[in-house]
Design a protein around this ligand. Sequence first.
Ligand code: AQP
Length: 330
Amino acid sequence: RPRVFSGIQPTADSFHLGNYLGALREWVAMQGEYETFYCVVDLHAITVAQDPELLRKRTRLSAAQLLALGIDPDRSTLFVQSHVPEHAQLSWVLECQTGFGEASRMTQFKDKAARQDAEHVGVGLFTYPALMAADILLYQADAVPVGEDQRQHLELTRNLAQRFNSRFGETFTVPAAHIPKSTAKIYDLQDPNAKMSKSVPSGVIELLEDPKRSAKKIRSAVTDTGREIVYDPENKPGVSNLLAIYSSLTDRTVDELQAAYEGKGYGDLKKDLGEVVVEFATPLQEKVRGYLDDPAELDKVLRRGAEHAREVATRTLRTVFDRVGFLSPA
Ligand code: AQP
């Protein structure tokens, strides 16, 4: 079976609808057909300032949400990044293969760095993509399910794999980005030209917020001029975003939705989509609470995942250390 790796940061109390529709839904769907490795990437989470207690809480919250969304620990290897030290070790080797210029071109770094003054931008934020490459390459992943915002990092990962392979001999599988077509980028409800992101809290639907609040946010989403409900991302980004969300949460195609809403107004669409989101989030939150009620069991699942991940990761790292010329400690 082809391998899949992907990760998510425990940097908020709740995942948002962009995380779910852009990536996590694919994580769930790929189980079975692929050998799946899914990771809560806590090392990445400290590239911005963190509160230690909050990070611990959010790491468990992230794992609970993944389980509640349908990640099955019997079919997937679910683990926490810092439990597998090989991630940081391979990251160092890859950093030494990464050009300063190519790392400087990463738009996520530029965007996040621009939001802080230079003194507070850590070097870890700059080397973040090398750590992400290490995450993926350690598991020899064939495919990486991510949202559109991660495409550039994936391209760097592919370049690093190819560079290493040609300098030191075939070592890494060169992974492909697996980006869903219609939900590759979910947009902010208040600004449908910007991606939905936890850094901009107003137009974001959080999976664990009060579902009534989500419905209210959808009712007050910014829509476009005109009245027709048509999917036209170029000219009607607001309505198109709502249609994409609606379609993926219900498995009704955008065409079906357009036909169903012919002659109706934006208000009808928003009200109905609000109900769809409530129906999605309410049972999910119930399940999340169930997992959080038993933290010992949750930790056990994560420990088991880390043990399996480590078996694979140590094999790759051993080869890499040998290829670059490190003396074997044995
Ligand atoms: N708006 C989005 N549409 C589609 N996919 C998205 N992803 C994130 N936002 C969208 C995908 O979610 C996965 C997890 O990403 P992450 O751990 O990098 O999450 P994040 O960066 O913490 O989420 P944000 O909200 O995007 O954070 P900031 O505000 O820090 O930029 C990834 O596969 C990502 O593509």
